[in-house]
Ligand binder design. Structure first.
Ligand SMILES: Nc1ncnc2c1ncn2[C@@H]1O[C@H](COP(=O)(O)OP(=O)(O)O)[C@@H](O)[C@H]1O
Ligand SMILES: [Mg+2]
Length: 397
């Protein structure tokens, strides 16, 4: 069932993006006829229905629209907040923001849209498709199957060193993996904010520690582990992954959330990185599961990693991964990578989040970085619009 989270059509089978120039040229031809250059400064932000509904009350939760508004002002862009439920063929009912006020109005669909809505149902997917006919939507797909992302990256031999050994779950593979590895993670392949994740750790006695949710792990025999995992997995899609021996901070494992985005020049950049230290007794670092945000410099110093060198290495790995993946996925431009560092200082990819919620930066009071995670996608939108204007000029000559 969760297989439907993943839209195979959006993977480029041959590793090539569709002819973006042609897509843009078609759109521009229309925009040129429909009203000229001023229209090009409008950028769509596609929100889920609940966030959209809350715009007038300004209580949009994790989506800090004030930051989009601020960035839009600085970049001289007009934003049009949309919800798929309100999108028609050529126009949409959405919110504009002007002179500190939101106004609900019908407008033609902007030529470029930043997608922040996770469309899973067939009807929402159909609406998204409709929208994509009149707007270039980046991050159109924003929920990916973890194992498929693993396989895509694995195709590139240069990136394999950053991937913990992973396989799709089956009982037979679990038994094999338990013979090969002394610690394993078994996790759902769709997004889970730390839910449903099992950790196994072999003990000297031959028994295994079984970590599940909070509380002390249980000591179980191999057969008990296999039975219990099978029961928990049920009919869901799961993967088995070698456990990364994560570096620790005061005895607790930590990993990093790295915001990787395309910006003003169209190329990938690392906008920010923040550490997350697992809550006491937890095997996951997710903030939703009590993980505490911590500046990477503090963590690296404690782990005796040279902070600047480690940050440079992380940036390089994050960029390598996204430069590779963006040739294989359809127009992805804003992700959050979960990167682990093992006790030896090796960097490993845990997962790629297709709609980064960015709030860990806010929790860590990294306000400038938090702002930049909102600003960068708008810089990228502006870059796309400029590309399009260039195309217009080329067409005119
Ligand atoms: N292979 C692994 N080795 C060590 N820790 C892991 C591994 N996989 C997951 N974790 C821990 O569990 C957390 C959640 O896993 P993740 O794959 O990011 O799923 P989610 O979508 O739930 O965030 C990670 O941030 C990390 O703390
Ligand atoms: Mg995660």
């Amino acid at each position: 069932m969760q297989e439907s989270f993943y839209d195979n059509n959006l993977i480029q089978q041959n590793g090539q993006l569709p002819c973006m120039a042609r897509v843009m040229t078609n759109m521009l031809y229309h925009s040129e006829r429909n009203g000229g250059v001023s229209m090009h400064q409008s950028v769509g932000i596609l929100l889920d229905r609940e966030t959209f509904r809350r715009i007038p009350s300004r209580r949009t939760g994790n989506e800090r629209l004030a930051l989009y508004n601020k960035a839009a002002k600085e970049l001289d862009l007009k934003l049009f907040y949309m919800s798929l439920e309100q999108v028609g063929t050529n126009s949409a009912l959405g919110y504009t923001y002007n002179k500190a006020k939101y106004r609900l109005e019908r407008q033609s669909i902007p030529k470029v849209t930043h997608n922040r809505q996770i469309a899973l149902s067939p009807s929402l997917k159909a609406k998204l498709k409709l929208l994509s006919k009149s707007s270039l939507i980046f991050n159109r797909q924003n929920r990916y199957d973890k194992f498929k992302i693993y396989k895509l990256i694995y195709q590139n031999p240069e990136l394999r060193e950053y991937l913990p050994v992973s396989m799709r779950y089956s009982q037979a593979r679990l038994k094999d993996a338990m013979n090969t590895y002394s610690s394993l993670f078994i996790k759902p392949t769709n997004n889970s904010v730390g839910d449903g994740i099992i950790k196994l750790k072999k003990q000297q006695s031959g028994n295994w520690l079984f970590y599940w949710k909070k509380g002390s792990p249980k000591s179980l025999s191999s057969q008990q582990v296999v039975n219990r995992v099978n029961k928990y997995v049920g009919r869901q899609h799961y993967m088995i992954q070698e456990a990364i021996p994560l570096a620790t901070y005061h005895g607790r494992p930590y990993d990093l959330r790295v915001s990787v985005q395309r910006g003003a020049t169209g190329s990938w950049q690392v906008t920010g990185m923040i550490g997350r230290v697992a809550a006491k007794g937890r095997h996951v670092t997710n903030v939703a599961k009590g993980g505490k945000p911590k500046k990477v410099e503090t963590l690296f110093r404690t782990s005796e990693f040279e902070p600047e060198a480690m940050k440079t290495a992380i940036r390089a790995v994050a960029l390598k991964i996204m430069n590779d993946l963006s040739g294989k996925l359809l127009h992805v431009a804003d992700v959050g990578l979960d990167l682990g560092i093992d006790t030896q200082g090796h960097i490993k990819l845990i997962e790629m989040n297709g709609r980064d919620q960015r709030y860990t930066f806010k929790k860590a009071k990294m306000h400038a970085t938090f702002y930049r995670t909102y600003e960068t996608p708008l810089q990228y939108a502006k870059y796309l619009l400029t590309q399009k204007s260039t195309t217009i000029m080329t067409r005119k000559r």
